[in-house]
Design a protein around this ligand. Structure first.
Ligand SMILES: Cc1cc2nc3c(=O)[nH]c(=O)nc-3n(C[C@H](O)[C@H](O)[C@H](O)COP(=O)(O)O)c2cc1C
Length: 324
């Protein structure tokens, strides 16, 4: 069993509260993040939006984007009372929209601004503050540049970093390309941990197998999984099994809990498709995968009532899961 932290990365359009409900069932101990939420959205919508975002779930980390210590501090006051257990600053997003308002990765070359945001959150609330960032941006990609970012921000009180092990290119690459084209550099992350051993350093980027998690855990304090946790949610069950050495929930019980959740949420007015879209890959690599995908993610799933869809899903699951 590991004492290292394994988490699912913040992912816009993916790690919403429905995904997080499913992920918690598949691996109880995995740490979870909301997708990036701009502090202005928090301040304009007040508490209700954040409470809804984390409705009925266990405490998770919230990822925020901003560039101004005053509004970040005001947002953290709202966050403090809404069942979140960590505030993570996004200093890694390379999207053009984000760059235009100078948040995300564009702030990597302003470590003092980032540090002041960390300080303002720490002065406002007791939640731990973490930073998720890259190894560098554009031509600022030396080891020394990263060290300066970490040293400066840690002087303001950050002691926990999640490093996506590649740099971001702010001009010319889309966010998607920025997740695959700049080369991965795991040794640089290990070196940061070696040099700043008092800081918590977690690694992220292209990690898809439990053996890879075990290997990274030899060098760093935690591993963050991104795309694989959505493309293959059962990976989280493997993590429960082989990293935490827990006995994961039986698949029949898992599906039963998901069906109850779908029916309950549909009574609150949630479109069923917003939940089932996270379930499409649950039979990945197994017989019937295509049929299942069509059943839960196809056009018909949008048209069906929750009761009808759950009935069809139950039939499918009874047929397949009991065979496995
Ligand atoms: C669809 C999508 C949305 C993402 N949204 C965010 C986000 O909101 N905040 C963030 O810090 N990173 C975001 N990321 C980046 C991931 O958190 C992660 O750093 C990246 O995918 C690398 O990890 P992976 O190779 O394991 O996927 C997103 C990635 C994807 C695929």
């Amino acid at each position: 069993m590991t004492d290292k932290r394994i988490s699912v990365a913040p992912m816009m359009g993916m790690t919403d509260r429905h995904y997080r409900f499913m992920a918690s069932l598949l691996c109880e101990r995995i740490s979870l993040y909301t997708p990036m939420i701009h502090v202005d959205a928090i301040l304009q919508s007040k508490k209700n939006f954040l409470e809804k975002e984390n409705k009925d779930s266990r405490s998770v980390a919230i990822q925020i984007a901003g560039n101004d210590p005053i509004s970040v501090s005001a947002a953290s006051k709202v966050i403090e009372n809404c069942n979140y257990n960590e505030i993570n600053l996004n200093i890694g997003c390379p999207s053009e929209r984000v760059q235009n308002c100078k948040v995300g990765a564009a702030l990597m070359d302003e470590p003092k601004t980032v540090g002041r945001m960390v300080e303002s959150i720490r002065n406002t609330c007791d939640l731990p503050v973490t930073i998720k960032t890259r190894l560098g941006i554009d031509d600022f990609d030396s080891y020394e540049f990263l060290c300066e970012f970490i040293e400066t921000t840690s002087e303001y009180g950050c002691d926990h970093y999640i490093l996506h092990a590649r740099k971001a290119l702010l001009n010319g690459l889309s966010p998607k390309e920025n997740r695959s084209i700049p080369p991965i550099n795991y040794p640089r992350v290990y070196k940061i941990k070696e040099q700043y051993s008092d800081l918590k350093i977690e690694i992220n980027g292209e990690i898809k197998k439990t053996d890879e998690i075990k290997e990274h855990c030899k060098y760093v304090d935690g591993v963050m999984i991104g795309r694989e946790a959505c493309n293959n949610p059962l990976f989280l069950r493997d993590i429960a099994n082989s990293i935490y050495q827990d006995s994961p929930m039986e698949m029949t019980d898992f599906f039963e809990r998901m069906f109850e959740y779908i029916l309950k949420e549909s009574n609150y007015g949630t479109g069923v498709h917003f939940i089932t879209r996270h379930m499409t890959a649950l039979f990945k690599g197994m017989s019937g995968a295509k049929e299942w995908r069509k059943l839960v993610g196809g056009l018909d799933s949008k048209k069906s009532s929750a009761e009808d869809l759950v009935k069809s899903m139950k039939l499918f699951v009874e047929d397949r899961v009991t065979q496995h």
